[in-house]
Design a protein around this ligand. Structure first.
Ligand code: NI
Length: 160
């Protein structure tokens, strides 16, 4: 496994629409292992392949103690709306309020190419939409209702 460099802000790969994965091979396994290691090292809640410079439709996220891998994810439903604070490993030091669905259903594939379907609520629904947005070149700052001010950021970090 290897740590990959996390692409930031204005990097063009973050703005590209990522291509679907067509081969579920060893190379995909290596990429996923690297994504997990990179996300863990950065203490992120989720990571999308474009964030490490790979323009492919692959996301991972943490669900309690488990890491879920999802290839070619697609929403099958979205319900409700919750406004909450979020950030992104590609936008260090920036936090904003974003409206996200309360409950989502997503279908996709695991690393072996087996179909899977999952439901996410609350924080998980937020992470799923945030990560899938990355596959379409969308960053949370594009959708943020407002960004935190320097003063609010200071308070936020003071609470850590
Ligand atoms: Ni992000």
């Amino acid at each position: 496994m290897a740590l990959r460099n996390i692409r930031k802000g204005g990097d063009a790969v973050l703005r590209r629409k990522a291509a679907p994965v067509s081969r579920f091979n060893d190379q995909l396994g290596v990429l996923l292992d690297d994504m997990v290691e990179t996300m863990n090292a950065a203490e992120g809640a989720g990571l999308a392949a474009p964030q490490i410079g790979i323009s492919r439709r692959i996301i991972i996220f943490r669900n309690e103690d488990m890491i879920v891998e999802l290839i070619n994810p697609e929403f099958t439903s979205k319900q409700g709306e919750i406004v909450d604070l979020e950030g992104c490993l590609s936008c260090p030091g920036v936090f904003g309020e974003v409206a996200r669905p309360q409950v989502v259903r997503v279908k996709g594939y695991d690393r072996q190419g087996r179909p899977l379907e999952l439901e996410g609520e609350g924080f998980i629904a937020r992470v799923l939409e945030h990560e899938i947005d990355h596959l379409d070149g969308i960053l949370f700052v594009d959708k943020a209702l407002r960004l935190l001010t320097a003063e609010e950021l200071q308070k936020l970090h003071g609470e850590d």
